[in-house]
Design a protein around this ligand. Sequence first.
Ligand SMILES: [Zn+2]
Ligand SMILES: [Zn+2]
Length: 338
Amino acid sequence: MKVLTHRLADIDPILYLLNDDGSPTTTVIIHGASFRDAFCFRPDPDEYRCWISRAQLKGRIYLLSWRSGFWSYNPVRWVPNFFAVEDNAHRLGRSLKNVLSKLRSRPLRRFTLIGHSLGAHVITSGLLNNEWRDIGLYKVILLGAAIGEKDYEEHTGRQFWRRCLSQVRHRIVNCYSRYDVYLWRRKFLRRDQLECVGRARASHLSPRIHNISFTGRLPDWADHDYFVCFDRVMNRVYPNRIRSTAYQVEAICDCPWCDNTVMVNANQDDYCPYCNITFEYRTRDDLPYWAYEPQEIDCPWCEMETIVVQEPGVERCSRCRRQFEFDRRGSEVRYSEI
Ligand SMILES: [Zn+2]
Ligand SMILES: [Zn+2]
C-alpha cells in the first residue's frame, strides 16, 4: 500500500479549540517560533492556552500550533537554520487557508486571525498566496510581525499592504515595538536595509491599517513577547471590549504546598492534583492564596500516619481507616470522633 505523507508533515499544524462561549465570532491565534526550551519540538500549547485565557476573548478561540524547526542555539548554525525556519513559516502560510478549512463546518462570522512574530509571517504569506474573500476574513492582528514589507519579491511595500488589505473586510492592526531585539536580529542576519513590520508603523497610509506602538511596553528584555501580556495587548487592540465571563482563566504555577508545577483554573478555588490541597491562584498579582493554610497532623487514632488537613470537615486515615471530624480556629485544631 502506498503511504501518502502530508506535505506539511514536518510542520505538523494542529488546531486546538481553547474556548467557545457561543458568541458568533471566531479567532485563530498563531504563535511564532519558540525561543524557550522547545526549539526542535512543538512549543507547549498549554502555556499559550493560559496566556490567551487571561484576555477572555469572546467567541470560538483556536490556537494554531506548529513546529517552526528551530534546533540550534549555536550562532554559526543559527543563520542557515533561520532561513529554513522562515521557509517553514512561508510554507505553512501558503497552506493556511487549507489548514483552516476544517473550521468551516460551521459558519465563520467575524473571523479574525492573530499572528505573533513568525506566526504573523504565516498570515501575510497566507494573504498573499490565497483568496480569502469567500471566507469573509474580518480582521488581521499582527503582533511583532517577523516579516518585511518588501520581503515578497513580486511586491513593493505599497503593493504588499494593498494586497493584504484587499483580503480583509475590516482592518489590519499592526502592533509594533521599535526596541524589538529579535526582529532587529532578523534584519541583521538577513543584511536587510528595511525594518520588519513588527518594528515600525506600516509605510502605507490607510484608514484600514491601525498601528499600535508597544515600544518599551512589553515585559521581556527583548520587547518581543506579546503573549505574556496578551490581556493588556488585547485591551489596546479592542478598546472598551466586553470580556467573556464564560471563559475560564487558567494558569501554570507552582503548588504553594508541594512545589509541583500544575495547571489550575485561576481566580477561583482549585486543587493540586499531586497533594490535593485547595488554593486560589489570582492572576491580578500572580500569587497563590488559600482560605485555610494546610497543616500536618498525626492521626488521632493510630498516631502513625501524617494527614494534611485544610478546611474543616471529615478526614479518614489511610493507615487505620478510621474517620474523625476536625474543626479549626486560627492555628488551633480540634478533633472529634464520629
Ligand atoms: Zn501540591
Ligand atoms: Zn490512623
